[in-house]
Design a protein around this ligand. Sequence first.
Ligand SMILES: [Zn+2]
Length: 403
Amino acid sequence: MSYRYFSYFIILTSGLLLSAVQSPSQASNVIGTETVSLKALTLRIAGDETRTRMVVNFDKEPEITSFMMSAPYRLVVEMPESGFGFDESAISMHGLIDQVRYGKVGDGKSRMIFTLKGPFKVENIQVAKNESSSGYRLMVDVVAISDREFALAIAAQSDADSSVEKHDIDTAPVSKSSEFVVVIDAGHGGIDSGASGVSGTLEKDVTLSFAEILRDLLQNEEGYKVFMTREDDSFLRLGERVRIARQHEADLFISVHADTIRQRDIRGATVYTISDQASDAVARAMAERENKSDALAGYEIDEAPEVADILLDLTRRETHNFSLGFAEKVVDSLRDEIFLINNPHRFAGFQVLKAPDVPSVLLELGYLSNKQDEKLITDPVWREKMAQKLILAIKAFAKKKNQ
Ligand SMILES: [Zn+2]
């Protein structure tokens, strides 16, 4: 069976059979006259956009196989025919998981299909006996990776499985692109409008407009590849913005903002880099407010992921030096034509700058609480000048980084 046909088959069969098993009242162990011996009792999903764990409790020990599928990103977990004692609509999605479907697929088998927000790898999958209660649990840990790594993993999976026809697999890019990849993050969006200006300008609108100008101009430059975290008025969690940067193996991540500040006479652009300790009170307050974005939009804060902190720190050190270097280049480039705040390179604990492997800065275009700044930030001529100056800094940074 060809790969594509195979995926079509799964969607069809799972779709058709879901209604038969998805509600608790119908999820009896008896399907037809045949008794199903296995039953999945509960499903729990926890984690964030970097790392997510799924735990399924079974009444008996299930024999599990799993494989990944692309477009959309899916993890398929196959088991002997099983009943499902939980309601699909009641499962709360977390972290990388977008959707879960499950049902019988024929040949005495059932499947759970997890649809993920981005490329992933299965770091751990195991069945263990419950210590405190009866039954067994299946634990699956998935972690976010780049599109390139995912394509390699899919190719390796099909190499291992001779039943998959090779010509149906998209050609995997084996090495990182020689183009310099920039991910532009338009701050806020959707339910989170961000700050609002003295004349009613919404931060989420100006960040997107500026991000579009920057993207369009940078795309015209040879050797640059540009991605946006959002291209419309939609809400994105902070962790999702970071995940997108890593998905594209970005060489640079620029988060664009235009906040407000209590002192209305303060104005000018600021470049922020990440730090555990804020450079000053303004920076600290700014990071605290930005980090509340998820909570303000009504999302619960995810549990802290279990990560190898030491490794993360090591990767982060080199990345952090790059972030500092880029911030300095931005300040140098803007200085002569763009009004800057005093001490224009500041730092604080911005969550959106936390990618361990992507140099990241947060750019405050100016303050919407200041009339003059608001006027400039909404002026297409000023925006283009600002974008051009930023591109000069990006080019200088790319040249140095590639040396
Ligand atoms: Zn903001």
